[in-house]
Design a protein around this ligand. Structure first.
Ligand SMILES: Nc1nc2c(c(=O)[nH]1)N[C@H]1C(S)=C(S)[C@@H](COP(=O)(O)O)O[C@H]1N2
Ligand SMILES: [Mo]
Length: 521
């Protein structure tokens, strides 16, 4: 956009330009706040910049601030940020009147700084950039509209001093009022949307998980591959893949949460969160896998879960003869169909409240979710679960099964090469190849690696934690120069070798051997 020639200096247009900048800034912050309301408090750029500032503040200054402002130190911080923010955006408004491009670029620079703060905060991920980006785009547009109305141009009316004429003044005022109104609505909307999130975040922080009546067996010493670059045996909560149909993460208050067990049962059962926490909980290491995981994909994670065995709850309800399925339902309507049989046998099918020694993260189903070893997540791992309906496969069809996916989804044997990565360049000599393999309920008894079209060679297996967790492996490869393809396959506890047949994820899970091509120099 071409910028107008610098107008003769006059106070009122400068003030108006500063006002335009401040309004654009308000809109940026308000829209970001609204979008963040749908995600996490941590994705709000104001919160993130404030947090980053606090973290970066030397302790003497922090102590001084607390001494000066007492418990109002956070208020003082936000007032301080507001003052700095207003000054910066006022300056950008004035700059934009000289050069719209420079002003807009200034907003982009501020947004980039805020983005840096957001993305370096604990537990944020790439999508947390959205509030800042959407806010900044709105702010830039507002700045453009407002400053354009201010700019004296040949085709506009202006007075002798180069000030905007009556027409442009009205356009500007209207734009300013509209911008302020949108900002106010967005800010209020953000408060409303974010309120339940804050309540639930606080409720989650207040949860004290009980000690398990049956703790997980201690992990064997060597559960990890010795090849650097393989994923950790235990997937940290904030790195655990997330798959669900929820556009907005459901906010479930544990104080009002109940689980209703009904349908083909002798007695309907309803339990509260406190009753659940007061029950005999067990701990289990279970690898969770998404049916949509492609060969070599990363929609799989391994965690230590704490929860109540589903069979204990079902035993209280006493399923009627003829029932063969439990339809679990989430607060947001998602459903999963799990064979009754695998919820009542000896495996660790859990109504989980804990994940890796913490209350379930909200994204992963707080306050309660299902975890069932042996079947893919879409037919078992209902998050934010509120209902178990004992029924039959003939009677009920779950969310994904009505959309063409298989109604049962036993986990297929799979293996993955984590290192070296695809297209990596490595040096000739011994190269540690490594990865994971899983076959829930059956376990992994062998992993083999093939280089180019050579023989299948056994990999060294790490210790097995349980048949329900992935098993890591290492293969010391004597790499020779040139381009090579590495291929992996696993054998499960039944003695079955993973099939080489390539199948896509739909309708019941991908198959095929994972391979990576690397260059050895
Ligand atoms: N409420 C609800 N629960 C759900 C889903 C969902 O869409 N909604 N998706 C399922 C699928 S397909 C998978 S693979 C797992 C993923 O769990 P995670 O996001 O904790 O990794 O959750 C399951 N539970
Ligand atoms: Mo999934």
């Amino acid at each position: 956009m071409d910028s107008p020639p610098a107008p003769s200096s006059s106070r009122r247009p400068t003030l108006a330009a500063a006002l335009a900048g401040v309004l654009a800034g308000l809109l940026t912050v308000a829209v970001a706040h609204l979008v963040a309301g749908f995600r996490t408090a941590a994705s709000d750029p104001v919160v993130a910049v404030g947090g980053a500032f606090v973290d970066a503040t030397p302790s003497w200054l922090k102590d001084a601030a607390i001494g000066l402002f007492g418990t109002a130190d956070k208020v003082a911080l936000f007032v301080g940020m507001a003052v700095v923010g207003i000054a910066l955006f006022a300056g950008l408004g004035v700059l934009a009147r000289r050069s719209l491009q420079a002003g807009t670029a200034g907003v982009a620079v501020l947004a980039a700084v805020a983005l840096g703060a957001v993305l370096t905060r604990e537990g944020t991920a790439a999508p947390d950039a959205l509030p800042t980006v959407v806010g900044a785009v709105c702010g830039m547009l507002a700045l453009r509209v407002l400053v354009t109305a201010l700019a004296p141009r040949g085709d506009r009316t202006e007075d002798a001093a180069g000030r905007p004429g009556e027409h442009d003044r009205r356009t500007f005022l209207r734009g300013a009022v509209v911008t302020a109104a949108i900002a106010a609505v967005a800010a209020a909307g953000g408060q409303i949307v974010g309120a339940s999130q804050r309540v639930v975040d606080a409720a989650r922080r207040a949860v004290r998980l009980p000690v398990a009546a049956r703790p997980a067996d201690p992990l064997p010493d060597d559960v990890a591959s010795t090849a650097p670059g393989v994923v950790p045996f235990q997937t940290p909560n904030d790195e655990f893949y997330r798959i669900d149909t929820a556009l907005v993460v459901p906010q479930v208050d544990p104080a009002t949460w109940t689980l209703r067990v009904h349908g083909m049962v002798e007695e309907e059962v309803e339990i509260t969160f406190d009753e659940l926490l007061g029950s005999e909980l067990v701990e289990a290491w279970v690898t969770l896998i998404c049916v949509s995981n492609t060969v070599g994909g990363d929609l799989v994670g391994n965690a230590k879960w704490l929860g109540l065995p589903v069979r204990d709850v079902l035993a209280r309800a006493r399923p009627l003869p003829g029932a063969d399925m439990v339809l679990s339902r989430s607060i947001d309507g998602f459903t999963a169909s799990t064979p009754l049989e695998i919820l009542t046998d000896e495996r660790d099918a859990l109504l989980a409240v804990g994940m890796n020694d913490a209350p379930l993260p909200v994204r992963h189903g707080f306050p309660v979710r299902l975890v069932v070893p042996g079947v893919y997540g879409y037919v078992s791992a209902t998050k934010w679960v509120t209902e178990l309906k004992v029924t039959t496969f003939a009677e009920d069809v779950a969310y994904w099964s009505t959309r063409g996916w298989s109604e049962r989804g036993p986990v297929k044997t799979a293996s993955r090469i984590d290192t070296p990565r695809r297209d990596a360049e490595v040096s000739a000599g011994t190269v540690p190849v490594g990865g994971v393999a899983w076959a829930q309920q059956r376990g992994i008894t062998a992993v083999e690696v093939q280089v180019d079209d050579g023989p299948w060679e056994p990999a060294v297996l790490a210790d097995e934690a349980s048949v329900d967790t992935w098993r890591q492996w290492t293969y010391p490869w004597e790499a020779t120069t040139g381009e090579h393809t590495l291929r992996v396959r696993a054998t499960d506890g039944d003695g079955d070798v993973q099939t080489s047949d390539d199948a896509p994820p739909a309708p019941d899970g991908a198959t095929g051997w994972h391979e990576v091509t690397v260059t050895v120099a």
